[in-house]
Design a protein around this ligand. Sequence first.
Ligand code: PSU
Ligand code: MN
Length: 287
Amino acid sequence: MIRISDEVVREVTRVVALETTLIAHGFPPGEGLEIGRASERAVREAGAVPATIGVAKERVVVGLTDDELELFDSSARKVGPRDLAAAAVQGVVGATTVGGTLAVCKAVGIRVMATGGLGGVHRGWPTPPDVSADLQALAQTPALVVSSGVKSLLDVPATSELLETLGVPVLGWRTDELPLFYSAHGGPPVSARVESAEEAADIAAAHWQLGGGGLLLVRPPDESLDDVEPLIERALAAADAESVRGQAVTPFVLAFLHRESGGRTLRANRELVIGNARLAGEVAAAR
Ligand code: PSU
Ligand code: MN
């Protein structure tokens, strides 16, 4: 049921897992594929081995081929931890979220992953009563995830509190604050600050020796966009007005931001995803 590429089998201690939801649903059509490929290159340039994970051909695939990446367009089903088995058995193309990707990492022993933003607690909780399965998967999987914080449309302070409750260390990459995805500043404090990939790898190893699960390594965007929050509020109001719900909210909000910012959020999103892949590669190479 799981297909692992030969390279991932050989190099599993140096592997960085990459998700496919970003490729299929995180960017405008076509761009996600290019960003997925650029992320793989960034991992290699850092001295590690990329394994993009998704469901295809009745298998959970660890290390999709370059051709197979093209299957992950907006028609792919979004696959979280609970959806993996059904997607594989039923033969659908399944784009794995952070949580879905981590569930696979746990099954095959991959210890490092990269993404853009982690899922979490939605604004206005408990209406909607929406908390991403990413959080539980992270708590239960001994892996370090590099992100630029959590998705920008979430309730960031509530998500940060829940990460503490779940015992997930939040390591700030040369920062004391949880990045707000597009913006480097203004987030809640991290649980520890790190200055190097080696230091992050050492803390992760120590955490696992203590029986711990996942860790988040949060990297601020290189260029901080500090005027996006009002746009996010407008995007969420527009989604509400148009009765956009559930899984459709993130793509709607991202498309709104990309349009209304004149493409600035799209460029920032691209840069941070690739930068996170590079840093994850450095951590994997330092293990
Ligand atoms: N961050 C983004 N775009 C995305 C996601 C995160 O900027 O598309 C995806 C990731 O795959 C993440 C998922 O795991 O959204 C979380 O979705 P949900 O809230 O439905 O669990
Ligand atoms: Mn959700």
